[in-house]
Design a protein around this ligand. Structure first.
Ligand SMILES: Cc1cc2nc3c(=O)[nH]c(=O)nc-3n(C[C@H](O)[C@H](O)[C@H](O)COP(=O)(O)OP(=O)(O)OC[C@H]3O[C@@H](n4cnc5c(N)ncnc54)[C@H](O)[C@@H]3O)c2cc1C
Ligand SMILES: *[C@@H]1O[C@H](CO)[C@@H](O)[C@H](O)[C@H]1NC(C)=O
Ligand SMILES: *[C@@H]1O[C@H](CO)[C@@H](O)[C@H](O)[C@H]1NC(C)=O
Ligand SMILES: *[C@@H]1O[C@H](CO)[C@@H](O)[C@H](O)[C@H]1NC(C)=O
Ligand SMILES: *[C@@H]1O[C@H](CO)[C@@H](O)[C@H](O)[C@H]1NC(C)=O
Length: 528
């Protein structure tokens, strides 16, 4: 449960990843756009794989292919196409005041947790430093739009030793809280089998869901599942909903219970200093792939020799296999009709992120109906339950202080506080300057707004988008309606790389002849 908070708590760092250690050469000379049926020129030598998107999914796909090259001598070229001018996708950072003297702040994906073994392993192998969120002090409250349903004197009171916290137990009950913890634990126990060397491979998400026995979890809402399994209504609509709203911007009676359980799984929450995108940058760099930043793929077409042609605004190139590692419906990629019609519509949550710095130590107590001297938490999560009973809905999903906006450390000075806090607000509607001036009592310094198509709308379902779109054409983000997170994209890409290596190259990330014994603590793909 600490997680919850960890999840929330965040922040901090960013930097624009524009200065990259790669050559950003323009693509090939402009050729005419591919016509309906492309002539077979020659089989590409060596074989080539294209990856579209350089977020968690695409960058890790390149890395997994490189692992296979390194271990089995497979000869394959990798090209990554990324329409942004940076690596990281929904994981990126910005500097307060756009000033690089400050420590950067995460604008998208902030936290990954202890069971996220690929990201954890990557930070160790790549020697990246981490921020932890468990030791933050400060207090937490659950706001329903009209009143605080629950507040705690310190975050650790609820997210650390919450079972020992009397106030917590009084409101939610020991049995209920314990039950919730067991349900989350048992879901994670199944999740971590995905890192074993005998983990299932899947050609569809349905197959994976069946292999992990997750049908019930994805067919019920979080509210139904936790209630059926003995968790009280109050714990569900207050605390669990606070978790689903901050992590997925959805209410507990709207989203399925697998992602609900994931939002409560936050033990060991961390973020990479300088930005989580540094992991993805290292994946790309160490893969030896060529990356074309600022290059949008506009179409993918079949070739008569079983391969694919990838077209960008600058030209086109032929591949043996193509990995789409971006949400298809916003990718603007044109696919053959039979393939595009096989991908069901997938709405995403349109989330507003507002970052700011303020000299106000807490939000204005009067906004929350307190006296001016009232004590307001600096981590404010929300419940929709007041609105369900006919009350006013919260105007934001979460409002979290993330510590001091710091001038970063340099050779001669330790990190320096600036007297300003850095704050992050997630909301479904834009947060106006007037609102900020009111809630932070006119003490707002820097403001930065970003709108994201952040995560899928995640209702209960038993059907998922196809992972394999056709021979040699795969879709990483089919995984997102099951669980949407940085880590799970690296798992989805690992599985797809295995499928391609098997189908096209009779190969594998781990050499086929190695004993597939699961070693304790081993992580499949990193270890064989
Ligand atoms: C505000 C916010 C908070 C979040 N918090 C967390 C968190 O705390 N922890 C967590 O694990 N996850 C979190 N997430 C979710 C997480 O960001 C995503 O699940 C994950 O980063 C998705 O990675 P991806 O590589 O699949 O997709 P993306 O990161 O979206 O990458 C896809 C890339 O493809 C590129 N692209 C798209 N179309 C084309 C094209 N036609 N040609 C070339 N390139 C193209 C895009 O520019 C993009 O860079 C959060 C997301 C948001 C928005
Ligand atoms: C890892 O980082 C530390 C501290 O930044 C540095 O001293 C060390 O040399 C680095 N090691 C490697 C292998 O890069
Ligand atoms: C699968 O899950 C169902 C309920 O979700 C449970 O009753 C059943 O025992 C599980 N089966 C196995 C083999 O774990
Ligand atoms: C280091 O930081 C201090 C305080 O912000 C600043 O005065 C100094 O100029 C910085 N030194 C360098 C070398 O950037
Ligand atoms: C595939 O690889 C395995 C082991 O590397 C080998 O034994 C087998 O003969 C190969 N199959 C084909 C069709 O090349």
């Amino acid at each position: 449960m600490r997680n919850l908070i960890s999840l929330i708590l965040l922040t901090a760092s960013l930097s624009h990843a524009i200065q990259l250690p790669f050559d950003i050469s323009k693509l090939w000379p402009v050729k005419p756009p591919p016509s309906e049926s492309l002539p077979v020129v020659e089989t590409p030598q060596p074989p080539r794989i294209a990856i579209i998107g350089a977020g968690a999914g695409g960058s890790s796909a390149a890395f997994w292919i490189a692992k296979a090259k390194e271990r089995s001598g497979l000869d394959v070229e990798i090209d990554i196409y990324e329409r942004n001018d940076y690596i990281g996708g929904r994981s990126t950072t910005v500097y307060p005041y756009n000033d690089k003297a400050y420590e950067p702040v995460e604008l998208g994906a902030s936290i990954f947790v202890a069971v996220n073994k690929n990201l954890q392993r990557a930070t160790r192998e790549f020697n990246l430093s981490l921020y932890g969120f468990e030791d933050d002090d400060g207090d937490m409250g659950i706001w329903d739009g009209e009143q605080f349903l629950y507040t705690t004197g310190s975050k650790t009171g609820i997210f650390g030793s919450w079972l020992d916290n009397l106030k917590f137990l009084w409101r939610y009950g020991y049995r209920s809280a314990k039950r919730m913890q067991e349900l989350v634990r048992s879901t994670l126990d199944v999740f971590v089998t995905l890192y074993n060397s005998d983990a299932p491979q899947w050609s569809s998400i349905e197959e994976l869901k069946n292999a992990l026995n997750w049908t019930e979890l994805v067919s019920l809402t979080g509210a139904e599942y936790f209630l059926n399994h003995g968790v009280s209504q109050r714990l569900i609509t207050e605390l669990i909903e606070a978790g689903t709203r901050v992590n997925y911007a959805q209410n507990v009676d709207d989203l399925h219970s697998l992602v609900t359980a994931c939002s409560l799984a936050a033990d060991g929450g961390v973020s990479v200093k300088g930005g989580n995108w540094r992991i993805f940058e290292q994946f790309v760099k160490r893969s030896g792939a060529r990356i074309f930043l600022g290059t949008e793929v506009v179409g993918i077409q079949r070739r008569s020799d079983n391969g694919w042609t990838v077209a960008t605004q600058d030209g086109h190139r032929d591949y043996d296999a193509v990995i789409i590692a971006a949400p298809y419906h916003t990718s603007r990629i044109s696919l053959p009709d039979d393939i595009s019609s096989s991908i069901p519509p997938q709405p995403y949550i349109h989330l507003h992120v507002t970052l700011l710095t303020t000299t106000a130590a807490t939000p204005d107590p009067e906004y929350f109906g307190y006296k001016p001297s009232g004590k307001i938490p600096t981590t404010i999560l929300t419940s929709f339950d007041g609105a369900r009973q006919g009350g006013k809905a919260p105007e934001f999903n979460s409002l979290t202080y993330h510590g001091q906006a710091k001038i970063a450390r340099n050779e001669t000075h330790d990190a320096q506080n600036t007297g300003e806090w850095s704050v992050k607000i997630f909301s479904m509607e834009p947060i106006s300057d007037d609102w900020l001036a009111r809630v932070f009592q006119g003490q707002v310094g820097w403001v930065f707004r970003k709108e994201w198509d952040s995560y899928p709308v995640l209702p209960p379902t038993v059907e998922f988008p196809p992972v394999k779109l056709d021979d040699g054409l795969f879709y990483v983000n089919a995984f997102e309606p099951l669980i949407s997170a940085m880590e799970t994209e690296t798992i989805a890409s690992r599985n797809i790389v295995e499928l391609i290596l098997k189908e096209k190259f009779n190969s594998s990330i781990c050499p086929v002849e190695t004993t597939r014994a699961t070693t304790d603590g081993g992580v499949y793909g990193w270890d064989c």
